[in-house]
Write a protein that binds this ligand. Sequence first.
Ligand code: PBG
Length: 340
Amino acid sequence: MSNNAAYGIRAAFPGNRPRRMRRDAFSRRLMQEHHFTVDMLIQPYFIVEGQNQRQAVPSMPGVDRLSIDHLLESAATVHALGVPAIVLFPVTEDTAKTDDCRGAWDPEGLAQRAIRALKAQIPELGVITDVALDPYSPHGHDGLMNESGYIMNDETVDALVRQALSHADAGADVVAPSDMMDGRIGAIREALEAGEHRHTRILSYAAKYASSFYGPFRDAVGAAAALGKSSKSSYQLDPCNSNEAMHEIAADLQEGADMIMVKPGLPYLDIVRRAVDTFAVPTYAYHVSGEYAMLKAAAAQGWIDEKAIVLETMMAFRRAGCDAVLTYCAEDVATWLKSA
Ligand code: PBG
C-alpha cells in the first residue's frame, strides 16, 4: 500500500523521499514544527527560615533549599534570563505543623514573607504558590485527617481557601492548588472574587497522580519520614487511569481554573495530549523531582549527555502540547537557550 492511502497528497517513493528535507540544516529548520523557548519555563524553589541558608538536597543534585535572601538573588538571576514565573515550596519547621494546619494561612508565615519580598524586589516576575497543607500537617498529607486516618474533603477545602487568600493578600499572582480535594477550585475562586482578588490566577494541579516519582521532593521538604508507608491514593489519581483525569480537568475548568497542570510530566504525556485536544486551555506539565533525579544520576555517571537530554525532554513536553513546564532544570535550560 502506498503512502497515498494514508495522506492522499504525497507521491509514492521515489517521488516521496522524506530524507530530502532532512538533508541540510536550512531545510530541517524550515520544517521544524515546534520550538521551545524561555517563555515556557517555570522555576520551582524550596525555601527555608533563616539568613544565608543554602542546604543541598542529596537526592536532587543542583537543587538547594534557600533562605529568603538567597531566594531573592536566585530569582533575580532567572528573571534576568527571561523566565516568566517561579513557584514556591516552603520547608517548614516542626513548630509550624499542627493538626489544624493553621500555619498555612499565617500572614507572617515563611511562604507569605517570601511572596512579599519577591513582589517588592522583582515585581514583574510571576509568583506562583503551592496551595496544599502538607508543609503544615504533622503527618505530611495534603489535607486534614480524621480519627480513622482519612483525609477529609470539605474541612480541607475550608483550610485551603484560607491559605489561598493569605497568599493572594501577600501578593501572589497565581495560586496553585496541588491537593486534589473535590470542589477546591470553585471555593477558592469564589473567595478570591469576594476578597477583591479578581486578578489572581488559579493554576490547578487538575491531573495529579499518586506517583512514586515524588520521592526526592518529599526528601527536600522533609515529608518522607512523616508519610512513611502511607499513600495519597485516596485523593490523588490512579496511574492506571486517563478518563478520570479528563473528568477532573473538566470540573476544575468549570469551577474557574485559568490553567491546568498534569503531574508527573514525561511519563504522563498521553494525558497532556488528551487534555490539550479535549479542552484547549493553557496546559502545563510538572517535570517532577523523580524525573529530575534520574536525569542527574545518569549524567553524574557520565552515561548520558545532560544538556542534550534535558533540551530533548523540554521539546517532548512542547510537542505533546504543553504551554509551559515546571522544571528544576529551568535555570539551566534558560541559560542554554540564551547561549544557543
Ligand atoms: C505536595 C506536593 C508534592 C509535589 C508538589 N507538591 C508531593 C506530593 O504530592 O506528595 C511533588 C513535586 C515533585 O516531586 O517534584 N502538595
